[in-house]
Design a protein around this ligand. Sequence first.
Ligand SMILES: C[S@@+](CC[C@H](N)C(=O)[O-])C[C@H]1O[C@@H](n2cnc3c(N)ncnc32)[C@H](O)[C@@H]1O
Length: 185
Amino acid sequence: MLSEFLTQLRASCTARRIPLISPESEVILRKYLEEYQPKTCLEIGSAVWYSSIVIASTIQKRGGHLTTFEVAYPAYLEAQRNMTSAKCRNITLYPFDITKSETIDNVLPLNCDFVFIDAQKSQYGNYLEKIHNNLSSENNIILLDDVVKYQTKLDTLYKFLEKNQINYNILPSEEGDWIMVLKNI
Ligand SMILES: C[S@@+](CC[C@H](N)C(=O)[O-])C[C@H]1O[C@@H](n2cnc3c(N)ncnc32)[C@H](O)[C@@H]1O
């Protein structure tokens, strides 16, 4: 069963010190996915795919699709194995740094209505610059993980928000690991 697979994957990541979303952030992620029922989802920073499986399995029943980017090739290879075990067929995984590859613009999905960002904190603003033309103009939700623990690294994020006059909410998650929510930017 998928929940058993996720429990084992969380335990294995914790034992190997592979970063993944906290259980509290997972609850928030699931809550937004259930509430907004997005179809075209984008993730930046999939590591070995824990959060990707959470997103993909939640949106699968409504015909949703997840496109996700992971720059570290060993993590990408492990994610591919996890893809087979989790039997999630609604994910496309790219082994790219989303800020660097020139081919990114060709593979970024259009009209994204849900984005989960959990990669390098100092690049959060660059990610938003990269994707904001690919957001759905009708409805979009962006969740950014870990915005309190790493608040000293978030200059690019706050510059982007200020430049574009974007309001935000920050929700409590695990201690120090809070999530920023942007709606309809
Ligand atoms: C905190 S981990 C992601 C954990 C994952 N979201 C989960 O909960 O299972 C952050 C990941 O972002 C990746 N990353 C960092 N910068 C990136 C970039 N520019 N493009 C794509 N992936 C990136 C790192 O290699 C790392 O595996």
